[in-house]
Design a protein around this ligand. Sequence first.
Ligand code: NAD
Length: 253
Amino acid sequence: MAVYAMTGGATGIGAAIKEQLRKGGHEVIVVDIKDADVIADLSNTEGRQKAIAGIRSACPAALDGFIACAGVATHVANKALIPAVNYFGTTELVDGLADLLASSKGAVLLVSSNSAPMSTDNDYVDLLLNNDEPAALSHVENIDGQAAYSGSKQAVARWMRRNVNRFAQQGVRINAIAPGYTQTPMTRAVEESEEYGQAIRDFMASIPVGRPGQPEDMANAAAYLLSDAASFVCGSVLFVDGGHDAMLRPDQF
Ligand code: NAD
């Protein structure tokens, strides 16, 4: 039995990852803003440090894996939450748990998005990668939610790649999944809306495999990347999107 910690396990993709790991007999310590073992708000550093402390008190010796799944989507009223939760709520936790992960040569899984390559706001992504949280949070006030979201997810993937050697030197593998459109509470609200419903249905119809993703699709990919079967997979971004990224950007990878 392995011991995992994760964020965002209350609903959607995170809940499916949690359930699959628990069904496999593993212990999973969940951090979330609701319905979790450790209740913490990852949009600010106090909440992130509370999350790290909560995980540390639940498993003081070592951690076999950590999954950073908490995130907010494009349509949140307060756009500052997008970089605060999606990027800083990921990187601050991974760094804060690095020694526990090194103790058991664990595996880290980050959750990017297949929208990450669509970000063109290099100034924003640089602010994130430079760890300048105040500037990144104020930058998003002047861009739309989609740009704030895709930039946050591009920065997550690039932070992972930039740090791959640092973690690997400690025996820790780090990878990311890039989900495509997945039916969860995050997307259902938009799918059912008057304003965007038809556009979303058209978007779903364009997915090459002919269906939207389900949380279990992401959990299957996560379980593989966390397992010993993936022991030589390190620094990868696995697109789990029914072929959408390949269809939209066939010659860029
Ligand atoms: P979801 O809304 O069902 O789950 C998000 C989880 O994050 C929830 O449990 C929520 O409570 C938690 N969370 C949100 N804000 C938080 C905060 N401030 N502090 C602590 N926890 C917080 O959405 P989902 O679709 O399952 O998304 C999971 C991850 O997958 C996110 O990172 C999302 O960006 C990413 N993703 C989703 C899709 C998709 O189509 N659903 C596509 C690409 C990437």
